[in-house]
Every structure is written in C-alpha cells, then in structure tokens.
Design a protein around this ligand. Structure first.
Ligand SMILES: [Zn+2]
Length: 504
C-alpha cells in the first residue's frame, strides 16, 4: 500500500502539538547459550544447526532458565536505576508466526524482573534529559524468515519462504520507557540520545555488543501527538525495529509530521505498527496493532519463578563498572572541556581513542587536539570511523611526546602523522625516512638566523628601532631556509637576541 500524504512542516507541527514518545528497545544478550536451552548463540552458522527440541518447540521438551541471562537482566536493571523484583515469573505470549516454532514467545508480562528506573541522557548542547524507565523484562528472540524468488526479499512476490531457527531462543532484554513528555521539538533528538546512551551502557556492562547494524539492538519508536496544553495522550503509532541512531531520530521526526498532517486535516490516527524506510526517511503502515489481551498471556507453567536473593542483587550492584555518563562527566572535568566539546568528541567516535592515547602517555590537550583535528579530518576524507585509521593511540602518543620534547613542531608532526597513515611505518621510522626533525643544533640555527639578518637589512633595522612585530618576516625566512624544521619560538628569540632587542 502506498499512501502519499502532504506532511505538515516540522515547525508547524510543533506549534500546534506536543509529542509524546515511548521507546521500546530490544537487546540481544551476548550469552554463549540460548535463554532456555543449551544451544549455541554464535552468529554465522549454517541455518538450523543451532537448534534442539526445546528451541524448536517439540512436544514434551522442557526449558531451563539461563542463569547468566538473568544476571545480565539484573545488571541492566540496576544500571537503569530500577527496582529488582524479589520474585517474578515468565509468561507465554501466544501468537502464531512461522518464525516462532512454539506458537508462543516466552516473555514476561505483569511481573518484569526490573521496573521503575531512569536513564539520564545528554543532548547535543550538553543539557541532561531524564528518561523514566517503566520496565526491563526477559524474553527470547524469534527465528528468521527468508523470502525467496521475489525482487524485494519481502514476502510479497516471493515464490517460497525459508526459515532459520538458529536465532530462536536467544535471550533478549526488552527495555520500555514511560511516556516521554516535555521534550517538545527536541523529542527526536531525545530519542536518539536515549538509544545511544543505552547502547553505551549495555556495552559498558559487558552484557552485549549492542551492534545495531547486526540487529543486536533494535528500537520501536512509539509516538503520539496531543494538542498543546492537552493532558490526554493521542493515539500512538509504533514504528518497529528501527536499527540505527540516525533512523530513530528520523522516524520520530517523520511521525510527528505525519500525525500532525492527519490530525490537522480532521482525520484520526490509527493505532498500528509501521515500518521505517531508510531510503526515503518515511514510514508506511504495517498491521493494525493487537491489544495485550489478544496474546492471551498466562504464567509459563514449565519454568520456576525467578527469585533473585537480595545478597545476589547487592553483589551484582557492587560489581557494576563506572557507568558511561558518570565516566564522561569525570573525564570532562579531568580534561577541562565543555559539555558541547564532549558531545563533539562522542559524535566523532573519538572518546575511547583519546582515553587510550592519554593512557599511552600523551597529555589530554594534545590527545584531544590530534584526534579532533588532523585525524578527524583524515577519517572524514576517507569516509571511515577514526578507529579504522592506520594509526594507533600509542603512535599518536609518541607523536605528541616528540612535540613535547621539542624534536618536532606542529607542522612536522602533521607530516609524521601523514606518513604513518600512508603506511610508511611508525612515527620514529617516518621521522628518519623523511628526515623530519626540528633543527635544534644552536650552531646551525644561529647561522640561519645570521643569514636571514644579512639578507634583510631593512627589516633588521626596523627591529633594532623597536618594531618587534617585524621579526615575523625574519622568522619566516629562517623557517624557509630550514624547510620548516626549526622551532619558530626559539628562532624569534635568537633574532631578537642577535639584534639586541628585548620583547615587550
Ligand atoms: Zn535449543
């Protein structure tokens, strides 16, 4: 079904309506085995080689809960400032779909393992926005369908479909926010910042790599509008399985404009699922949404309840690492940078690289300068993330060490970096091969200065007469004579010394 609608401009939409968002994020846990059986979760195996009677839903097969899965769920819950249930159960969510061989998904319904938390997220300008968490619950993934014979890979037009159950039963944590209100025009930015912060958190906890491009983390964006000043939420749409940060932001933005168009023309929003399309940045209608009662949830009779002892929960709490936002705030203070600078570092994908460069011996200012300057430009030009550049944090640290020692100046250091990136070897090898070293031999430098003074008598006179600013021309001449390999500050000192002038 193709529907073209005239969108309302974003500004006009926000002038009349307040957006309300709900974000549901599924994270595939990085456990070695599935949630209710011992099958491997490794990616890339031949289809249907990582299955057993339990995850294929054979009659009589009995599931067993994966303890690491439960521990990961508690870790996530605690990091999200949630309460952890003292006792909770799994539930069957009943529906038929070919990629789900049991005809129900083992999930949690009214008894989630974690509930009532929040996650503070940082916006582009460094402002903090608190997103309240409704719940985080455990469930299992479905298999995968592959539609064959059509042009698009979708079921429409396909001649037949294949099913791979390797993914069926992989542990998932679903994290659901409370309705996010009050974000106004920044709602799409909040959605993006939330998913990013959550991804950083999941990675820091070591429970999943949370690679969105591999489907290890996916986000459903629920959105509704209400007229400005109203208190009752409007009808929501659910844009399913959005799988990049940028797409999360675009999907929210598009839905705001689409809802506003429907509402302001007197129409009503249908509660339905929608699909986001990367190419156009738009969403199209999926299926009309089931209500919870359609799933006939009931407690899973084959699994014992999960009752984590308080001792265990406290042990897990004590083992949590420093969380990403706290760590960024600490680094921000240590490095003396602003909130927006820190956002820029994060956006550039340079945070860990700068940390590692500092750990390798560089000072914070130069580590930041190289990764956010020269190297960010190189990464940009090559169209890659900075961690894909052919230079290591330790090599960047070595370059800044050479600068600090006065063996390289900035200009030479840039050439060294250029050489390392071009595969000419380590910084020291590039220095040797290209002959890039600051001329620190005072004798050679002195001779070059004498020459410059002799070659520019008029300028020298001006300086003697007190026009210290004119020294720039002589410094330039010396730098040229030494092919840029002199320390400009030292050159200036020498010139003034030789002309018997003191600065200031
Ligand atoms: Zn299995």
């Amino acid at each position: 079904m193709t529907t073209t609608i005239d969108l309302v401009s974003y500004e006009d939409a926000l002038a009349s309506y307040d957006p309300v968002m709900g974000l549901e994020v599924h994270v595939e846990l990085g456990t070695n085995t599935k949630m209710f059986c011992g099958c491997s979760t490794a990616l890339g195996a031949e289809p249907n080689t990582q299955t057993c009677p339990t995850c294929l839903g054979m009659p009589g097969a009995l599931p067993v809960v994966n303890a690491t899965g439960v521990e990961s769920a508690i870790r996530i819950g605690l990091a999200l400032n949630c309460e952890i249930a003292e006792w909770c159960r799994f539930a069957r969510k009943n529906y038929f779909y070919p990629d789900m061989p049991k005809n129900f998904q083992t999930s949690q319904y009214d008894e989630p393992i974690a509930f009532n938390g929040y996650l503070d997220v940082q916006l582009e300008d460094g402002e903090t926005f608190r997103v309240e968490i409704e719940r985080a619950h455990m469930e299992e993934d479905t298999g995968k369908s592959l539609h064959v014979g059509g042009a698009t890979g979708r079921i429409h037009g396909a001649s037949h479909s294949l099913l791979d159950y390797n993914r069926a039963g992989i542990p998932l944590i679903e994290i659901v926010t409370k309705p996010i209100t009050g974000a106004g025009e920044r709602a799409p930015e909040v959605a993006r910042a939330y998913v990013r912060e959550l991804r950083e958190l999941i990675r820091a906890l070591g429970v999943s790599e949370a690679r969105m491009e591999q489907g290890q983390m996916r986000c459903d964006v629920n959105l509704s509008l209400m007229p400005k000043g109203a208190e009752r939420f409007g009808t929501r749409s659910e844009t399913k399985n959005v799988n990049s940060l940028r797409s999360v932001e675009r999907a929210a933005r598009f839905e705001i404009q689409r809802h506003a168009a429907v509402l302001s023309s007197g129409g009503t929003i249908v509660q339905e699922t929608r699909h986001f399309h990367e190419d156009t940045g738009s969403t199209t209608s999926g299926r009309v949404k089931e209500e919870a009662e359609d799933y006939r949830y009931f407690p899973e009779p084959d699994l014992v309840p999960v009752a984590p002892s308080r001792e265990w929960v406290e042990e897990i709490r004590a083992s949590l690492p420093e969380l990403p936002l706290a760590r960024r705030n600490r680094l921000r203070e240590e490095w003396g940078v602003s909130g927006t600078d820190m956002q820029a570092i994060l956006n550039a994908g340079a945070l860990e690289l700068i940390v590692q460069t500092i750990e390798a011996g560089a000072d914070a200012t130069s580590a930041r300068k190289w990764w956010m300057g020269e190297l960010a430009r190189s990464a940009n030009e090559a169209g890659v993330a900075p961690d894909r550049l052919a230079i290591t944090p330790a090599q960047v640290a070595r370059v800044s060490e050479l600068v600090a020692k006065g063996e390289l100046n900035d200009k030479l250091a840039r050439q060294v970096i250029e050489g390392v990136l071009a595969g000419e070897g380590t910084p020291d090898e590039v220095v040797d091969r290209r002959g890039l070293k600051v001329v620190s031999d005072e004798g050679a430098l002195g001779a070059a200065v004498d020459e410059a003074i002799a070659g520019n008598p008029g300028v020298a006179d001006k300086i003697r007469g007190g026009k210290v600013a004119a020294a720039g021309a002589l410094v330039g001449a010396v730098m040229k004579a030494t092919r840029g390999q002199a320390d400009a500050a030292r050159v200036k000192e020498l010139i003034l010394e030789k002309l018997g002038v003191t600065e200031g």
